[in-house]
Design a protein around this ligand. Structure first.
Ligand code: UDX
Length: 545
């Protein structure tokens, strides 16, 4: 069975080929005929037959970043899959159809798509191309689908174009209020997709740039973010400072916009958007450098161990594309650390594959220095530091006195039926699904995903057990500012992003420090070692020549 066939077989099974909360239930409901409703979703490798039957054909292929542009700004997307699909659809169609493009493409692509398809169409066959960008975020894709902020439909100005847009609007109107379905010209719609991601990414880079200031000045970025977000003109969304954004969209789309601006001769605009990506890279390096300075790598003897929690680019997904975990782990490995990794959803083979690609000529170091663990405790056992690189909900600390207040994971999003479709939906329904069907290199097998969710069964991580197993000082580098500061009660130092270091208290600090610096409890620090201290310790600890 080839990879596409295997992937489609997975869609037709009980184990979908990737992890997305609530999706299995939607797929099950839509593919099963019951007394109440007829199945209206199917997955098939019979592409030609499916195209021939379709009134609306959704295209949702990946358009990954291509090479860096020669002009030196950004990177245009690689449209190979998109163009291949256009030609195939045009050659195969036997009746008029509407092509709905959900892939993120350069502005002007709807127009270009028509030009590409026209020479391949059979005589008398007419097609219209619509732009219908996708705004789903991973981990919340089902609720984003059922409760979108807006649906954009871009068409050309012709009567036929407008009629095609109305047909698509009527499909969405089965579950989306009509005032949230916005029609516009296809260029505006295509640019809106890039603009939305650039604006979201720019907010995160702004808050991350501010986090660097906080780290220098003793301010707390979570307080600054809250203070600013309460201004309704600024708003609260996308204002969390983290170790940097990841995922397949933000960097790619900002680089795409950057490259477009540069090609149009708008060098200042290109430089502005490029800086959004530069700050992101800086933030991730800053996070790693902080680990290296607080928990220095041992030059001789046993390797210093960092336990990494989270490898996917965000919680509730097994997607690792552009995950900031990859450069963090790469740089730790290159600096000589042993890295123990746990992620509840990402398969070991995928972690290995990503790290090998990232380490290139140094990939042999993985065998010696990287351990992929089956639970958080294994990853943290004997660690000198822990790095939280994504934050699944079970990371909360529940002191025993609060035990009864624990709330379980958010239940899966409510599933709306989309059974009243007036048209046959054929090539694609959900963006984020289809790109992976058409891009074998990004496929993940679903088979082993369920194996490692062990410690979430009883609700939350047992931080006391982790504290017991760690070396002193017990440093946690919280790349998402998610940890409860009461964890310091257990002797942890919590070093968030853009936040003052949280310490366990003076007495424990000196003890921990003494053992960390091998001072045998003498209670002072040699001047030469002061640099190794976290800044907040310096004021308390006697320094000797
Ligand atoms: C994003 C857009 O949100 C979505 O509309 C678009 O269709 C695709 O790109 P996605 O990449 O799935 O979705 O995830 P998102 O939740 O936006 O997070 C992206 C990255 O930003 C993650 O690495 C996340 O950790 C980071 N992030 C998010 C922050 O660093 N701070 C924030 O405040 C929010």
């Amino acid at each position: 069975m080839d990879k596409n066939a295997a992937r489609v077989a997975a869609w037709n099974s009980d184990e979908l080929p990737f992890s997305e909360p609530g999706l299995a239930e939607v797929v099950k409901a839509a593919t099963t005929t019951t007394a109440a409703r007829k199945a209206n979703l199917s997955f098939s490798t019979a592409v030609d037959e499916t195209i021939r039957k379709a009134d609306l054909i959704f295209v949702a292929v990946e358009t990954p970043s291509g090479k860096r542009d020669a002009l030196g700004y950004g990177a245009a997307p690689n449209l190979t899959s998109f163009h291949a699909v256009l030609r195939h659809v045009a050659k195969t169609a036997e009746k008029d159809f509407i092509l709905v493009n959900k892939s993120t493409v350069p502005v002007g692509s709807a127009h270009a798509a028509k030009e590409i398809m026209t020479p391949h169409l059979r005589p008398g066959i007419k097609c219209h191309v619509l732009s219908n960008p996708e705004f789903l975020a991973e981990g919340t894709a089902v609720s984003d689908l059922t409760h979108p902020d807006r649906i954009l439909i871009g068409s050309d100005d012709s009567e036929g174009g407008k009629a095609a847009a109305a047909a698509l609007a009527s499909l969405y109107s089965k579950w989306v209020p009509i005032d949230q379905i916005i029609t516009m010209n296809s260029r505006s719609s295509e640019l809106s997709k890039l603009a939305a991601n650039a604006l979201l990414a720019q907010r995160i880079s702004s808050i991350n740039a501010l986090s660097a200031l906080c780290d220098k000045m003793g301010a707390d970025i979570t307080e600054v973010s809250r203070a600013c977000g309460l201004d309704h003109r600024i708003g609260k969304g996308m204002m969390r400072s983290t170790l940097g954004f990841g995922g397949s969209c933000f960097e790619k789309d900002v680089l795409h916009l950057t490259s477009t601006a540069a090609k149009l001769g708008l060098a200042d605009v290109a430089a502005y958007f490029e800086s959004v990506v530069n700050i992101n890279t800086y933030q991730t390096s800053r996070f790693t450098e902080n680990i290296i300075s607080q928990v220095p790598s041992s030059p001789t003897g046993r390797r210093t161990v960092v336990g990494v929690l989270g490898f996917a680019f965000k919680p509730e997904t097994d997607d690792t594309r552009c995950s900031p975990a990859i450069p963090v782990i790469r740089d730790l490995v290159l600096a000589g650390y042993q890295v123990n990794i746990f992620d509840p959803l990402v398969h070991e083979a995928k972690i290995q594959e990503d790290l090998r690609a990232s380490l290139g000529d140094n990939q042999h170091k993985i065998d010696e220095q990287v351990f992929i663990c089956t639970d958080v405790y294994e990853a943290c056992e004997g660690a000198n530091g822990i790095a939280i690189l994504n934050s699944w909900s079970d990371m909360r600390y529940i002191p025993s006195t609060d035990g009864g207040n624990y709330t379980t994971r958010a239940s899966n999003a409510k599933v709306n039926s989309i059974s009243k479709n007036a048209f046959q939906l054929t090539l694609s329904l959900f963006a984020k699904i289809i790109p992976r069907m058409f891009t074998p290199e990004l496929s993940l097998t679903a088979t082993s995903i369920a194996t490692s969710t062990i410690e979430v069964d009883d609700g939350h991580i047992d931080w006391e057990r982790i504290a017991d197993g760690m070396k002193n000082p017990k440093y946690i580098f919280d790349g998402h500012n998610v940890l409860d500061h009461r964890l310091t009660e257990l002797g942890f130092y919590i070093d968030g992003v853009g936040r003052p270091l949280q310490t366990p208290g003076f007495v424990q600090e000196t003890e921990t420090l003494s053992s960390a610096l091998n001072l045998n409890g003498r209670g002072f620090v040699e001047k030469s070692k002061v640099q190794q201290l976290p800044p907040s310790w310096v004021q308390f600890i006697p320094v000797a020549e």
